[in-house]
Every structure is written in structure tokens, then in C-alpha cells.
Design a protein around this ligand. Structure first.
Ligand code: SF4
Length: 211
């Protein structure tokens, strides 16, 4: 895992995540991000900010129909509006330090799953926990670390965390680098020739063996 990290960091450079400067933007971004291209998340946050919704009290007061309109560029925007409202109504969570107990609080919010809860913890609460997304599973499966791509979230998280030092910036950077690799090379049809991990990847080895 560390070797993957150093190779990706060397080739792709620091990703500087989370890609929004304010804590409000990080939290809203994490809640809107699942299954959505980042460009659409940015459009939704821009819509909110242009309407003066750049803090939780304003979000709490906002009519839910209007909120849905502002975040319409993101898929499942109705469900995501519920998650945003629930977070705005639990503003006291902002003052709590990151922990596994706080994770449970996030998971009790409507339409918040493990990936979103861990993104909130890692990027908005600075708590070292590994985020697992579809790119992570795909890449680790193709590299030969996982027996299959469709696999339980917690198993993948435990595997990565067991092989890395529990360090906030390493976790923040590692997840961002895997997402970048997935976007650039490890797509559904992978571009293995130019991928920085191709020397150690089972997928390309298998392909070569299969001829
Ligand atoms: S070599 Fe190909 S399959 Fe392996 S990680 Fe890179 S892009 Fe994905």
C-alpha cells in the first residue's frame, strides 16, 4: 500500500483535497459528492453561495424546494437535500471532535452512507479514517489485493488501514490519489499502458499472460 502511495504521489503529485476552501463547502461537498462528477458538485455549491447560502443557519432556514433547485446538478438531489437539511439541523456536531462515535451520528442522518460519513470525518473533521469508493475497490481488485471488485466496504477499509500508518495527511492524499488514478487511467476500460502502477498490476500481467 505504501509503495502504491509513493508511486502515485511521485507521478501525480499532491492533490490538495478536499477541493473546496471553506468548512461549509467541504461538508456540503461531501454530502453531495456520492455518484456525482465533482464539476456538478461545484455547480451546486456555486448556486448555493450565489444565493447567500454559505453557512448552516442560512441552510437551515432555506426552503427545501429551493434547496433542491440549487443542488439539482447532482444526482439524487432530493435525497441529498434531506441529508443537507439534517446536517444543518445538527449544527452542534460541528463542535464535536472527529471520532468513531461521531461516525455513528453521521450514519444516523438520512441518506448518509459509510463513504459519505468517512469523507466528512477525513476532510471536514480532520479525523484519520480511510474513505473507500468505487475507484478504490476497482483499483485494489485489479492490482490483486482483493478477491473481487464487489466487496464489503469495511473489509476494504480495514485492509488499507492495516497497511498504512494512521496519519491524517497520508489518508487524505491516498484517497484523492486513488480517485485521480481512477479518473485518468483505471477507468472501466483501463488505460494500462500509461498507468504509473502498471509494473505491479495483476490486471496487466494477466492480460500479457493471456496474450
Ligand atoms: S495497470 Fe491498468 S488495471 Fe492496473 S491499476 Fe493501472 S489502469 Fe488499473
Amino acid at each position: 500500500m505504501l509503495k502504491i502511495y509513493s508511486t502515485l504521489f511521485e507521478v501525480l503529485g499532491p492533490q490538495g483535497w478536499w477541493p473546496h476552501p471553506t468548512r461549509f463547502g467541504k461538508i456540503v461537498g461531501a454530502l453531495l459528492a456520492p455518484a456525482v462528477k465533482w464539476g456538478n458538485v461545484v455547480r451546486a455549491i456555486d448556486n448555493l453561495e450565489k444565493a447567500g447560502i454559505d453557512n448552516f443557519p442560512a441552510l437551515r432556514e432555506l426552503d427545501v424546494k429551493l434547496l433542491e433547485e440549487y443542488i439539482r446538478p447532482t444526482i439524487y438531489y432530493r435525497k441529498k437535500a434531506q441529508a443537507l437539511k439534517a446536517m444543518a439541523n445538527k449544527e452542534e456536531l460541528l463542535e464535536i471532535k472527529g471520532s468513531l462515535l461521531l461516525r455513528e451520528e453521521f450514519l444516523s442522518l438520512p441518506n448518509v452512507g459509510r463513504e459519505t460519513a468517512d469523507s466528512l470525518l477525513l476532510y471536514a473533521w480532520d479525523y484519520p479514517i480511510m474513505v473507500v469508493d468505487a475507484y478504490t475497490k476497482r483499483i485494489l481488485y485489479r492490482l490483486g489485493y482483493l478477491p473481487q471488485e464487489k466487496i464489503d466496504y469495511d473489509l476494504v477499509q480495514q485492509l488499507i488501514e492495516s497497511k498504512l500508518p494512521k496519519d491524517l495527511s497520508t489518508y487524505q492524499e491516498y484517497h484523492a490519489l486513488l480517485v485521480r488514478l481512477g479518473e485518468l487511467y483505471c477507468k472501466k476500460s483501463p488505460l494500462c499502458e500509461d498507468c504509473p502502477l502498471n509494473k505491479d498490476c495483476q490486471k496487466i500481467h494477466l492480460k500479457l499472460v493471456e496474450g
